[in-house]
Write a protein that binds this ligand. Structure first.
Ligand SMILES: *Cc1c(COP(=O)(O)O)cnc(C)c1O
Length: 847
């Protein structure tokens, strides 16, 4: 693809493209960098202050402004100099080496393709639903900041996720406003000759044409596919209309378009990533299409192509319950992918289904996208330390006879893109303490720098933040009440609600039952007493959407709304409808305490609590997800005993009471205990520790660096090795696996002996290989970890050959700290560079 300015991909006859300077403005408007770096805000405000305030979407402002106004603005030397300067900065930033180029000048990593079903980048591009999109969006932004070579692939939804209206009775109504692509900050992706890039994807019996769009996210590009092409049957134009809408068949079609269509798009653009990062299993069909592309290029069969390409795939799993994975009925897979398997991959439907099944021969078992993702990746990770552990447990069935803690799933804890979630005053505060470049590289020293900010400055910063939030909440709530046709008294009341000096608690998230959004409502009288204490008033802001199909979640919203409508509650609790990025920003920038009450271990990571860190908010949360690894008593408050209790209502009651206790005995007194200057010194101390210890660790800068170091770089190297010489290494791996397949059953243990003395235990064992080459396996001495200690795993050395049956003696020595009876011997596959047990799950235990 030739490098074009974003504008040149637009040829809209309705735009004043002939006005000199329009081009420059379009270039600025179409770069989503403005959504976190507010440098261009003033430009759009000058063009149309009212529309800018309402939409925060420069592309809408630019398309709406009249030709006269545009010409007048551009004729103003100060305005046009500002635009020129901004463009120049943009071009400089695009060419200057960023952290990644400086740190890894000779990197084998030239391109990561990042696939995700949703991206939360800006309110102006509503193609997200929640946490998963948040992680994707924040990682892209951080990749741009760090200069990581990433291209992302997603779908453009005509309707995006629903907007929420709450009626007077507390019932949620879902609205689906149309995303007019012309108003979104995206551009059609065109061939160099100007033709719009379109892809043809064959579904059973018909073709679907996909259009492609380009989104500029700083230095990173996101490509979006959509099926709303005039060449499609009306029914197929809607395939990409709704995020997480419809039934399994629609979901399967969407996932085929994302995975298969997405990989083909990269191919059509001449992009050849070494690494393909699957953000959740939705896009796992990319694994198949990537292998198919390699087959076409090299003539290798599917198995070899998969062995080669999987080394460059990384699968990040995001759910903590097996029910969270996408599964499809075998008949549906056969209907939609049967021909593809046979004609394109050269495998049977049975073989294809086997990739998504625990038991390949169980014809009733459905096709699990997460299983496909694991079978097709070179590494797998969960999204917090605890979630790594939970994922190892969930996926044990795929690794029979392996100890749970050796199930090959690690973790990279999510982080949030701090520049997107900090307030302008927080940005100033951190810039003063840590400099402007603080999120653009390593973050190790930020903690000590921010710790130097004095109590007075921190407290002034917080009181100003509370004031802003209260003003915003008043205005937003009164708007909301007008829309839902509430009484004039209620609307007027909203305008005077809350106090900037009271303690503000925030609770906002998806209303799903496992998040227990009604835990605070467990004992209503006690909550009422807490909120209405005249000496120590507390105010509470609630927000959240429930999936339109989730009746349970909607009932929880209704419970809150009905509770709030009681006259004695109205001054103390509000429910702000239509939780979205913009509302999150205001909440996380202003609340004093962010509350989170999921049932452990079902919050895989959680990110909203991380967004308050940079703004000086403090977390009070269940020891689940990220908080289980972040919490210590200096930085916030914890709920729960660190154990799992399922859905036990008795335990819910225990935790609800613990939550009230914490509020009454710790949180509220600490906030209201002031020194002579009116400063809550213990509170400030906690807030400072939260900012210093946690903000750098839970920034997306940090997690993207972990992805690079733990995964992208090793994957790029492995992929290059396996692709060399037409996939020679891949072919060797497949041959090795075939041999194991034939001969593994011949492996036998003979006599095992142990001699113990002061030096330790010396183990010797006889192993018989039949016709198997001993070099194709490893013999290990193994002991389980006990009492939280590490397992012991040691390779045994091959010694003398035995006289019969291709046998050898193996031996090794371990220290005598553990009794010899705790050890056992096992045999596992071995092939240089192959991940065991991820790529071959065989294992033979001596006992
Ligand atoms: C941050 C965010 C989320 C994710 O929050 P969790 O607490 O991790 O569930 C979801 N929706 C919106 C709008 C957000 O800003």
């Amino acid at each position: 693809m030739s490098q074009q300015t974003p504008f040149s991909t637009w040829n809209n006859r309705f735009l004043p493209t002939d006005v000199e300077g329009f081009d420059s403005l379009a270039e600025l408007a179409l770069d989503l960098r403005w959504s976190w770096n507010h440098a261009t805000d003033e430009v759009w405000r000058q063009l149309d202050p009212a529309l800018w305030e309402l939409t925060q979407n420069p592309w809408v402002v630019l398309q709406t402004v009249s030709r006269d106004k545009l010409q007048r603005a551009l004729a103003n030397p100060a305005f046009s100099k500002n635009v020129d300067d901004l463009l120049q900065t943009r071009h400089q930033e695009a060419t200057a080496p960023a952290w990644f180029q400086q740190r890894y000048p000779q990197s084998p990593l030239k391109c990561v393709a990042y696939f995700s079903m949703e991206f939360m980048l800006s309110e102006a591009l509503p193609i997200y639903s929640g946490g998963l999109g948040n992680v994707a969006g924040d990682q892209l932004k951080a990749a741009s900041d760090l200069g990581v070579p990433v291209v992302a692939v997603g779908l453009l939804y005509q309707q995006g996720y629903f907007r929420q209206v709450i009626d007077k009775d507390g019932a949620q109504q879902a609205l689906y406003p149309y995303n007019d692509p012309g108003q979104l900050p995206i551009a059609p992706l065109r061939h160099p000759n100007g033709e719009w890039l379109r892809l043809e994807i064959v579904l059973p019996g018909y073709s679907v044409w996909l259009r492609a769009w380009e989104v500029q996210v700083g230095s990173v590009k996101l490509y979006l596919l959509d099926s709303n092409d005039a060449a499609n049957f009306p029914a197929h134009r809607g395939i990409t209309s709704e995020l997480y809408g419809g039934g399994p068949e629609l979901r399967l079609k969407q996932e085929m378009l994302l995975g298969i269509g997405g990989w083909r798009l990269l191919d059509a653009l001449g992009i050849q990533p070494e690494v393909c990062h699957l953000n959740e299993g939705h896009a796992a069909f990319a694994i198949l299409e990537r292998a198919r592309t390699f087959m076409n290029e090299t003539g290798q069969p599917f198995q070899v192509a998969l062995a080669v390409t999987r080394s460059g795939n990384l699968f990040t799993t995001h759910t903590a319950v097996t029910a969270g994975f996408d599964r499809f009925a075998p008949a549906l897979i056969e209907q939609y992918l049967g021909r593809y398997a046979q004609d394109k991959l050269g495998i049977t439907v049975h073989d294809l289904l086997a990739l998504g099944r625990q038991n390949p021969n169980d014809s009733s078992e459905s096709f699990n996208m997460a299983y496909l993702a694991i079978r097709g990746s070179g590494a797998v990770n969960g999204v917090s330390r605890l979630h790594g552990q939970v994922s190892r447990r969930i996926f044990t069935p795929l690794f029979p006879h392996w100890p749970e803690d050796e199930v090959p799933i690690g973790h990279v804890t999510n982080g949030v893109h701090m520049p997107s979630w900090d307030s302008a005053p927080a940005d100033d505060l951190w810039t003063g303490a840590c400099g402007k470049e603080r999120w653009l590289g390593t973050t190790e020293n930020l903690g000590q720098d921010i710790r130097r900010v004095c109590d007075t400055t921190l407290w002034q910063f917080r009181t100003a933040a509370s004031k802003s939030l209260v003003e915003y909440a008043r205005q937003r709530l009164s708007q909301q009440l007008i829309v839902s046709d509430d009484t004039p008294e209620a609307i007027n009341g909203a305008k005077h609600l809350f106090s900037p000096n009271a303690l503000t608690l925030g609770f906002a998230r998806r209303f799903a039952t496992y998040k227990r959004p009604n835990l605070l409502l467990h004992d209503r009288d006690r909550l009422l007493r807490i909120l209405t204490n005249p000496q120590h008033p507390v105010q509470l802001i609630i927000a959240g959407k429930a999936h339109p199909a989730d009746q349970g979640g909607q009932a929880l919203i209704q419970e809150w709304v009905r509770f709030i409508r009681q006259p004695e509650m109205r001054p103390h609790v509000i429910f702000l409808s239509d939780y979205d990025m913009l509302l999150t920003e205001h909440l996380v920038q202003g609340v004093d305490v962010w509350i989170n009450t999921p049932r452990r271990p079902w919050e895989a990571c959680g990110t909203s609590g991380m967004k308050v860190l940079v703004n000086g908010g403090i977390n009070l949360s269940e020891l689940d997800g990220w908080w289980a690894e972040a919490y210590n008593p200096e930085v916030g408050w914890a709920l729960g005993d660190g154990q799992e209790h399922g859905e036990d209502p008795a335990w819910d009651a225990v935790e609800a009471n613990a939550l009230y206790d914490l509020l009454e005995q710790e949180v509220i007194p600490e906030f209201y205990t002031r020194n002579d200057s009116g400063i809550p010194t213990a509170w400030i101390k906690r807030m400072r520790e939260s900012m210093a210890q946690l903000t750098p660790r839970f920034s997306a800068t940090h997690s993207v660096r972990e992805y690079i170091e733990q995964h992208y770089l090793p994957a790029a190297t492995a992929y290059r090795d396996r692709t060399a010489n037409n996939g020679e290494v891949g072919k060797q791996i497949v041959d090795w696996q075939h041999t194991l397949q034939d001969k593994w059953a011949l492996l036998r243990f003979g006599e095992i002996k142990v001699v113990s003395d002061a030096q330790g235990h010396t183990f010797t064992v006889e192993v018989f290989f039949g016709s198997l080459d001993p070099k194709s396996v490893r013999v290990e001495l193994y002991a389980n970890g006990v009492n939280g200690g590490n397992r012991s795993r040691q390779e045994m050395k091959r010694g003398q050959p035995l006289t019969t049956g291709n046998g050898y003696i193996f031996n090794t020595q371990v220290s005598a700290t553990r009794p010899a009876t705790e050890y056992t011997v096992r045999i596992i596959p071995y092939c240089d560079g192959v991940a065991i047990p991820l790529e071959d799950t065989r294992i033979l235990w001596q006992r």
